[in-house]
Design a binder for this molecule. Structure first.
Ligand SMILES: NC(=O)c1ccc[n+]([C@@H]2O[C@H](COP(=O)([O-])OP(=O)(O)OC[C@H]3O[C@@H](n4cnc5c(N)ncnc54)[C@H](OP(=O)(O)O)[C@@H]3O)[C@@H](O)[C@H]2O)c1
Length: 243
């Protein structure tokens, strides 16, 4: 087994996921770059390696059982365990997403990636995570999934546009995370939810105001929590986010 800490970041070929991989790699960790597109994955791995990161490619479509099973095998063969899983991959499903006009297929697609994809990857990786001395799971969510914030008065700056697929998918993910926390209480696995803030990426047509590196910081922090660190919490850089 490798002495280095082993991490897997889903959706790591671009945006915040790429910077999470870079941030964890800068710690000297071995980082699996989970990405579904061969060309984009290879380019990201090459760029990370050029920056000195011990990066390796992990073909991974979070909506595909066979792909996830193969990703487990790849990490098993390479490292024999997994220390940190960052569930970062997500889609918005496209905007606008007004509840009165939405195509139900959009909701299904978004939930399949943003919620079921996380469950699929987490459950597949759990046997490898259980072999770690200090396993961590970080679920990248969003403050737009906060029911407290959605129901408070505020502008799009803090709660995003009306989005009946994307925003509730993050609320769903938050709720799912808490069920994992309950089932895995008493184990050494720390599971937390992070919000990167409003970051300029493909996800929002680069309208965000933060850099992907700034957005990655909360994930790096939650991936590197000490053994007595929090679990079952929802954080942004400024501190806890209300559910
Ligand atoms: N940007 C923001 O302002 C913001 C705010 C709050 C939360 N977040 C969250 O932060 C995370 C990263 O978002 P981002 O802004 O960096 O978005 P992004 O630039 O669009 O990147 C999303 C990543 O997810 C991947 N992905 C999508 N579907 C996938 C699938 N089925 N299997 C594997 N990978 C898949 C994409 O791969 P492809 O390149 O192949 O499409 C891409 O690598 C997401 O969870 C997002 O919800 C972002």
């Amino acid at each position: 087994m490798s002495e280095r800490t082993i991490a897997l970041v889903t959706g790591a070929n671009k945006g915040i996921g790429y910077e999470i991989a870079a941030g964890l790699g800068a710690l000297g960790w071995s980082v699996g770059v989970g990405a579904r597109d061969d060309r984009r994955r290879l380019a990201a791995v090459e760029k990370l390696r050029a920056a000195g990161v011990d990066a390796f490619g992990v073909p991974l479509d979070v909506t595909d059982d066979a792909s996830v099973t193969a990703a487990v095998q790849l990490i098993e063969d390479r490292a024999g365990r997994l220390d940190v899983l960052v569930n970062n991959a997500a889609i918005t499903g496209g905007m606008p997403q007004e509840p009165t006009r939405v195509d139900p297929a959009t909701i299904r697609t978004v939930v399949e990636t943003n919620v079921i994809g996380v469950i699929r990857v987490t459950n597949a990786m759990l046997p490898l995570l259980r072999r770690s001395a200090s396993p961590r799971i970080v679920n990248m969510s969003s403050s737009v999934g906060s029911l407290t914030r959605q129901s408070a008065t505020g502008g799009e700056q803090s709660i995003g546009p009306v989005a009946v697929a994307y925003a509730p998918s993050k609320t769903f993910l938050n709720a799912v995370t808490l069920q994992y926390v309950r089932e895995l209480s008493g184990t050494n696995i720390l599971i937390n939810v992070g919000c990167p803030g409003y970051v300029a990426t493909d996800l929002n047509g680069f309208r965000g105001v933060r850099t992907p590196e700034q957005g990655a910081a909360i994930a790096v922090k939650l991936a590197t929590l000490p053994d007595d660190g929090p679990t079952g919490q929802f954080f942004e850089d400024a501190g806890p986010v209300p559910w």
